[in-house]
Design a protein around this ligand. Structure first.
Ligand code: SDX
Length: 375
């Protein structure tokens, strides 16, 4: 047996959901390039495509959008539970708890019944944004803002955060960010989702498992840390000293590097364009010059090792300009990635094989227990 740390390069399932070309920097969902989906699709249409494999017909999309809209509200029980959490708690922990709590309201029976699957998909996609926004309002000492039925999906989330109907450009850019973050083959949180799904537990536990994994700073949590890093650098002319010190101390440059990509993550390129679109409309973010200077210098030093900007490098600058609080950047990632996790949940049900990898044991040889006095 040969050890494969982090399962690097080890295919553990067949999948038809997402294809990544890490050497050419290409990404597609069910065969559609993300650049095309980001320009022409909507998040709900893309979620439908990921989960059921084909772009919805007009009737299918209309029904899916209506069903998601009808299920945006969450039980007072969940809102009251969120009120019991400490304001200092991270929103990803609140989201993990509230996502898992949805399982208490819906049965686990007939888990492979197409109607059960559809209902679970609608509930999770509909309720995750409401729970994220509710925790934000509660920790500010306010009552949660109820979803607005007449607002489209992405606008409704921004409304629940600010109680103001968002600018149309802001809502459109946000919806495109959700498209870009929706799926990325077997990243750590999606692998968690598949392992959890392989035991045939309920989809709410599957999503809660994935949320906990996404929260880590090496994965979905990096978008928050990128902004903290840019603020630490402070000015473009401080980039060189920061980078030299970081490399000397083998400190990871947040928002850089990727297990799959050996070039700039195609999503980073698209998100950078979104940031510039927002800056031209709403004014620049002084951190953007720092980010561009860091990208240029880090690529010159780390590019030869195949380390380039990833999806998290520019996403935080977009979310900042949209007025999203920093510690909600990763919950926003989760709002989007629920679509990918559910697509893999559904695909795993068909695989019907529990994940149970092996190990190379290096522990103590067989031995007998010793009483305290003889230890
Ligand atoms: C996401 O997998 C996905 O698809 C994830 C994601 C998705 O959509 O789901 O794309 C989202 O998680 C993006 C990644 C966000 N995380 C970060 O930005 C954190 C910083 N990046 C690194 O921690 C790292 O690049 C990873 C975790 C993203 C990838 O790690 P790998 O593939 O396991 O690579 P590694 O840690 O083994 O590093 C290989 C070498 C090491 O150097 P050596 O010890 O061989 O000399 O590259 C170096 C690392 O030190 N390296 C970095 C670096 N990333 C890797 N050096 C400096 N800065 C970095 N960011």
């Amino acid at each position: 047996m040969v050890l494969k740390p982090g399962l690097e390069g080890v295919p553990v399932t067949n999948s038809g959901i997402c294809e990544i070309n890490g050497t050419e920097g290409r990404l597609s969902y069910r065969g559609y390039p993300i650049s095309e989906l980001a320009q022409k699709s909507s998040f709900l249409e893309t979620a439908f495509l990921l989960i059921w494999g084909e772009l919805p017909t007009e009737n299918e999309l209309e029904k899916f959008e209506k069903d998601v809209q009808m299920h945006r509200r969450v039980s007072f029980r969940i809102r009251d539970m969120l009120k019991c959490f400490p304001e200092s708690g991270h929103p990803m922990d609140a989201l993990q708890a509230s996502a898992a709590s949805l399982g208490l309201f819906y049965s686990r029976r007939a888990i492979d019944d197409p109607k059960y699957i559809y209902d679970a998909v609608v509930r999770l996609i509909a309720k995750i944004p409401t729970m994220v926004a509710a925790f934000e309002q509660i920790r500010k000492g306010d009552d949660p803002i109820q979803p607005q039925d007449d607002l489209p999906y992405s606008s409704n989330f921004l409304y629940m955060l600010t109680e103001r109907e968002p600018n149309p450009l802001a809502a459109r850019v946000f919806d495109r960010c959700l498209i870009l973050h929706a799926e990325h083959s077997l990243n750590a949180s999606t692998f968690s989702a598949r392992v959890t799904a392989s035991t045939l537990t309920d989809p709410y536990a599957v999503v809660a498992s994935a949320v906990g994994t996404l929260a880590g700073p090496l994965h979905g949590g990096a978008n928050e840390d990128v902004i903290a890093m840019l603020e630490e650098i402070g000015r473009p002319d401080e980039v060189s000293s920061f980078l030299n010190d970081a490399i000397a101390k083998k400190r990871k440059i947040m928002g850089f590097g990727h297990r799959e990509y050996r070039v700039k993550d195609p999503r980073a390129t698209i998100l950078q364009a979104f940031a510039e679109e927002l800056f031209s409309e709403f004014g620049k973010d002084e951190m953007y010059e720092v980010a561009k200077a860091l990208e240029e210098e880090a690529i010159s030093k780390l590019g030869p090792k195949g380390i380039f900007p990833n999806v998290d490098f520019y996403s935080g600058l977009v979310y900042r300009k949209l007025g999203i609080p920093r510690d909600l950047f990763t919950p926003v990632f989760a709002i989007s990635r629920v679509a990918g996790w559910l697509a893999h949940w559904r695909e795993q049900l068909g695989a019907n094989r529990i994940f149970r990898p092996s190990q190379i044991y290096e522990g103590a040889k067989m031995r007998n227990w010793k009483p305290l006095e003889s230890r």
